[in-house]
Design a protein around this ligand. Structure first.
Ligand SMILES: *Cc1c(COP(=O)(O)O)cnc(C)c1O
Length: 395
């Protein structure tokens, strides 16, 4: 039985190749943690976690304990970092699924310690990564408040400080000043940690923008000063998309960024099909509230994709899709489950013809950036909003 024709094809070989390319950028100084949160940026966790593991990933990053448990079912060996915290009552699941939580609040430590005691874990047997807030003011402990958290890592504690983490919030800015500030805050934290006699193994810093901008060397240099190993956390680049940078940056792109533009391949193509085609006379209106009026006799194609599939409603009357390798504009308002295309200038369009909403058809491409620019957002949001009812199919 054929299913409703709205699906995303995911090229897992592209993801494997992207991972290998990014590992090459990080090597030999740093390892990668492959970010597979939010259903692998909409690409399908069950396809992508195995793909990056095949390509050699030993660390996977997810947002929650729930995502961590789903990832553990797909990968028995990888270390799985839960980056956005544990919540009350989740400690037991962290232990059952052998997850590595990021912590920054005293109550995170309370939750994990009591779960560890209940599970009969011995000293230093539950690894955690401590996030330092180096200026983003999102999550993490401020350097000034570190002593009270470090005091919790006593020799008798079941917790082990395995990693120190921070998030660089402006690695895409050309002057690098924010990053410099952040790294100096991080250095102050590492000094304190080292004075406290703690010896974490991993320094866990930096996203795609940092890695492609060549920041992994700075991070690795800092790591080796404290006898740690650098861990870099790319997300978007794994899925084949180069984040945008400050225009000043583009003027003198570091070699890693130039190489990335040549090497990374977008992995996802979002498709639908023409359901029916009909002709309308000049003056006919299309869709809710008649926001489109045919100025001439036109041919219209109905497709099985709407805003409930993640096709942003703002794209109505202002975006194109690809049919027969040509641009077919979306006319009228996008409905929840359907949209209408103008195929007047594309000959021979018939029911069953493939429609590309995002990706390449023939020599034309619609990128996640194109979607993002049309709707005032970023590729991360475009990809993660592709709906749950759109099946992800490995190709
Ligand atoms: C999502 C996320 C990343 C990955 O960011 P990209 O810009 O997609 O590479 C890295 N670190 C943290 C903490 C994140 O939340």
């Amino acid at each position: 039985m054929q299913s409703r024709p709205c699906w995303a094809e995911v090229d897992t070989r592209a993801i494997e190749d992207n991972f290998r390319f990014l590992s090459g950028l990080a090597a030999p100084h740093a390892d990668l943690l492959a970010i597979v949160k939010a259903n692998a940026y909409g690409h399908g966790l069950s396809l992508c976690a195995p793909a990056v593991t095949r390509a050699g990933a030993r660390w996977l990053g997810v947002t929650s304990v729930e995502e961590g448990a789903a990832t553990r079912a797909l990968s028995s060996n990888a270390a799985i970092l839960v980056i956005s915290g544990v919540f009350p009552g989740q400690g037991a699941e962290v232990i059952r699924k052998a997850l590595t939580p990021v912590v920054w609040e005293p109550w995170h430590l309370d939750e994990l310690e009591s779960a560890a005691h209940a599970a009969g874990l011995g000293p230093a047997s539950l690894p955690v990564h401590l996030e330092i807030d180096t200026g983003m003011n999102r999550q993490g402990v401020l350097v000034d408040n570190l002593p009270q958290l470090l005091a919790r890592f006593t020799p008798a504690s079941p917790l082990r400080l395995e990693g120190v983490m921070t998030h660089l919030f402006a690695a895409d800015e050309a002057d690098g000043l924010a990053t410099q500030d952040q790294l100096s805050q991080l250095t102050a934290a590492l000094d304190q940690i080292s004075r406290a006699g703690l010896t974490p193994q991993w320094l866990n810093v930096g996203n795609s923008a940092a890695l492609l901008a060549g920041k992994s060397e700075d991070i690795a240099a800092l790591s080796s000063r404290y006898k740690m190993r650098a861990l870099i956390r790319p997300g978007l680049a794994l899925y084949g998309i180069v984040p945008s940078y400050d225009p000043a940056f583009d003027a003198a792109e570091p070699p890693s960024l130039v190489q990335a533009r040549q090497s990374l391949r977008p992995a996802l193509t979002w498709k639908s099909q023409v359901v029916s085609v009909h002709s309308v006379p000049a003056g006919a209106v299309v869709g809710y509230n008649a926001t489109f009026v045919a100025t001439e006799p036109m041919r219209l194609a109905l497709i099985a994709a709407g805003y409930a599939d993640g096709l942003d409603r703002q794209l109505g009357n202002r975006f194109g899709t690809l049919v027969h390798g040509q641009c077919a504009p979306i006319v009228g308002r996008i409905s929840m489950d359907q949209a209408v295309l103008d195929v007047t200038d594309i000959s021979g369009v018939a029911p069953g013809d493939e429609v590309v909403l995002l990706g390449t058809q023939g020599s034309e491409t619609i990128s996640a950036f194109d979607h993002a620019e049309a709707t005032g957002t970023i590729p991360w949001e475009v990809l993660t909003r592709i709906g749950v009812r759109v099946p992800r199919i490995e190709i």
